[in-house]
Write a protein that binds this ligand. Structure first.
Ligand code: H2U
Ligand code: ZN
Length: 350
């Protein structure tokens, strides 16, 4: 079979799911249409923003006049620490089940500047974000009732993000959420079966193949995974076996900041827009056990397909049956490789 020609399905060894790929629908070469840059000019400080330094948040809390990163407990937290342990079952053969869920939700401001993004911040500022993520992972993970820390960023109005001020969130909780649990299960069974780390073996293979690699540095590689679902989905993988941010050296933290900036610029340049996405870091659970089978990694899941406004919808067949894509992971990687690492807004003199 030819992956660039024949309709097929691809297996995701991390989750155990499959994705349909229909490359015959995009046989035409890319038209290379040039997008008009979408330049949203925002003020460096917005007096109505609940994340800007010195401003009041909903519920009356005041942000300090912070000058670097700033994290605080989410004022509308989905998870709270003080819930009594409890569960109930009901219905035929106990098919209805519920359990209380304990946790902590935080909001992380990446910068005091309302108008910046990770892709447009300077390297020392992104390094400070990586340091904050690491510190939060360690501090939250050290709490006895916190067994998993999910760090993520949801960016852009199209993703339902409520505020352009550069920020992310952290949901730390007692139980492993479903996707990390599924990825852990598959990484564990691979490790037991082959005696090596699934994502390290996968990276070695991709570095030989080269066709899905986007960028790399001494410590990290960005690639479009073979099993990508979203058109320009990418994954950031460490070269060395590390199960969490806590294990990164100072140099690796710098290299991670650099790779985040570089992939952010490429994604923004693709359609000359502040590329919307959900991004997150998968790391070892924080239950005090060792996870040698688990390789820390980041997923970027962006919805845009053809332009700043044409997004891929996960609807119809995809909601009813399974995900599907037209453009192949290899074609997406090639397009991301061609892009400049000078941000389009910088090119426009902003
Ligand atoms: P988004 O990443 O979806 O924009 O969410 C921002 C979070 O900020 C959201 O979870 C919280 C919301 O609960 N928030 C506060 O904690 N305080 C506020 O004053 C407004 C928003
Ligand atoms: Zn702001």
């Amino acid at each position: 079979m030819d992956l660039q020609e024949h309709p097929h399905r691809r297996f995701n060894p991390l989750t155990g799911d499959w994705v349909k790929v229909s490359p015959h629908r995009t046989k035409r070469p890319w038209q290379g249409q040039v997008e008009k840059p979408q330049i949203d000019t925002l003020p460096a400080y917005d007096e109505h923003c609940y994340l800007c330094p010195g401003n009041e948040r909903a519920g009356g809390h005041m942000n300090p006049p912070y000058t670097g990163t700033f994290s605080f407990d989410n004022d509308f937290a989905a998870l709270i620490p003080d819930v009594p342990a409890g569960s109930l079952t009901a219905g035929p053969h106990d098919m209805l089940q519920a359990k209380t869920d304990r946790g902590i939700c935080k909001v992380v401001c990446f910068s005091p500047r309302h108008d910046l993004t990770l892709a447009r911040m300077d390297l020392p500022s992104i390094e400070a974000v990586v340091q904050l993520w690491k510190d939060e992972y360690v501090a939250l993970g050290a709490k006895d009732f916190i067994n998993h820390v999910q760090i993520f960023e949801n960016r852009g109005a199209v993703m339902g993000c409520s505020n352009p001020h550069p920020h992310g969130q952290i949901w730390a909780e007692e139980e492993l959420p479903d996707i990390p649990a599924q990825e852990l299960k598959n990484q564990r069974s691979y490790y037991e079966q082959h005696g090596s780390v699934l994502l390290c073996d996968y990276l070695d293979y991709e570095l030989e193949q080269k066709e899905r690699i986007v960028i790399e540095n001494d410590s990290f590689v960005v690639l479009v995974p073979f099993w990508a679902v979203w058109p320009f989905e990418v994954m950031v993988l460490p070269r060395r076996a590390v199960s969490s941010l806590a294990e990164l050296t100072a140099q690796e933290q710098k290299d991670l900041a650099s790779i985040i900036k570089r992939i952010g610029i490429r994604l923004d340049n693709l359609f000359q827009t502040n590329f919307p996405y959900s991004m997150g870091i998968h790391q070892a659970p924080t239950d005090g056990r060792e996870y040698p089978m688990l390789q820390m990694h980041m997923h970027y899941l962006p919805p845009l397909l053809r332009s700043a406004t044409v997004k891929k919808f996960m609807v119809g067949y995809e909601l009813m049956a399974m995900p599907q894509r037209d453009i192949t992971a290899e074609t997406s990687a090639a397009r991301l490789r061609e892009l400049s690492e000078t941000h389009f807004m910088e090119m426009a003199g902003l």
